[in-house]
Design a binder for this molecule. Structure first.
Ligand SMILES: [Fe+2]
Length: 368
């Protein structure tokens, strides 16, 4: 990638193709304290009010800078590096490669909490690992009631739902959700009936005196890739059929239609949804439904198999942060009479973790 000058025009050269950079594009990026706020990097002018016929009067190119003066009397000095960065269109988060894992995963991405962690390199490393593995566990987090809300709001903002700002997970009489019983919970993703689905779930263990009640995690990305390789027909139908997910209680009726395996615009993995107690496939031809049911059974078998699941016990003070678009979670059965088991949970969205990660990257001058 290179910047070149020719006949008072600026060109961008990449892999043998040469394209002119629009003079207005450069004018919009004019730098200097009169044009851009130093702290926020926001423009101090409105580019829609500028004359459209912006032309370049003079150009100068050095190794580091491009100097441009325009026909409206303004001039600027732009870092070449910054121009190239905009062309490469690199998303800091997308460039973190997911690491597929299964039951053989030994490193549970543990980070010890301290009061200043949110501004430390340790948090940056934890967030990088969160994007690589889909989860991270913080140890020794104070077991105060609703501390997880403080924790979540120190990364970004809590995503409030109809369950409240946070929810308590312990056995209780007349539960409105299976999560509040002591029964085992098969791997699932949370809240597929919401639009958008909460991105990240945080679970904070306050008390855990029972023998069972292990937390389980499955990498939906690994399972999806396995399904794609070994059962392409199943993969195809689960990426194509939009299923209705619903949640009903006395106060609310939530509903959302989405694929069980959702792909992005380039056909790559984006998100999984799995909660077979509340999914409703539309009425389709019998043959298509036959294939859909086989596919759902297969993916359920994979999600529930020992091959992909890790199990671990959350101790008081452990705080698990997991990607609800990528991972499935569950828990093993326990006997509520053995003692207390008390977890608190809440959600945050990707703008929180992405915002914090980019902030720390800038603060410590890191390249991802
Ligand atoms: Fe859940």
């Amino acid at each position: 990638m290179k910047i070149k000058l020719e006949n008072n025009k600026v060109f961008f050269e990449n892999k043998g193709s040469k394209k002119e950079i629009h003079p207005f594009w450069l004018r919009e990026r004019i730098d200097g304290v009169n044009f851009v706020d130093r702290g926020t990097q926001q423009r101090l002018f409105d580019p829609t009010t500028l004359k459209k016929n912006i032309e370049i009067k003079n150009l100068k190119l050095s190794n580091e800078f491009l100097e441009v003066s325009f026909n409206d009397g303004t001039k600027t000095k732009i870092l070449i590096h910054n121009i190239l960065k905009e062309f490469s269109n690199v998303n800091d988060i997308k460039s973190i490669e997911r690491i597929k894992w299964n039951s053989s995963l030994k490193n549970l991405n543990n980070y010890e909490f301290n009061d200043n962690i949110f501004e430390q390199k340790k948090m940056y490393e934890a967030l990088i690992n969160f994007y690589k593995f889909g989860f991270v566990i913080f140890k020794k987090v104070p077991t105060e009631n609703d501390f997880l809300v403080k924790f979540a709001n120190s990364i970004g903002s809590v995503r409030r739902t109809n369950f409240g700002e946070f929810f308590n997970v312990k056995s209780k009489p007349n539960p409105n959700d299976l999560a509040y019983t002591s029964l085992p919970l098969a791997p699932h993703t949370d809240n597929p009936y919401r639009n958008p689905v909460p991105c990240i779930q945080i679970l904070h263990c306050i008390e855990n005196e029972v023998k069972g009640g292990y937390s389980t995690l499955v990498d939906g990305y690994t399972v999806t890739e396995e399904l794609k390789k070994d059962y392409p027909d199943f993969y195809k139908i689960l990426t194509e059929i939009k299923v209705r997910y619903q949640f009903i209680d006395k106060d609310i009726f939530l509903e959302n239609w989405a694929e069980m395996i959702q792909l992005d615009e380039e056909g790559n993995f984006k998100q999984v949804r799995f909660s077979p107690r509340l999914d409703f496939v539309p009425l389709m031809e019998k043959e298509k439904l036959e294939l859909y049911y086989s596919a759902r059974n297969k993916i359920s078998e994979l999600y529930n198999s020992d091959e992909f699941r890790i199990e671990f016990k959350l101790a008081p003070g452990d705080l698990l942060m997991m990607d609800n678009h990528r991972l499935l979670h569950g828990r093993t059965e326990y006997n509520a009479n053995e003692g207390n088991r008390f977890l608190q949970g809440c959600y945050i969205d990707y703008d929180s973790t992405e915002g914090k990660l980019k902030h720390l990257k800038k603060k410590f001058n890191y390249e991802v």
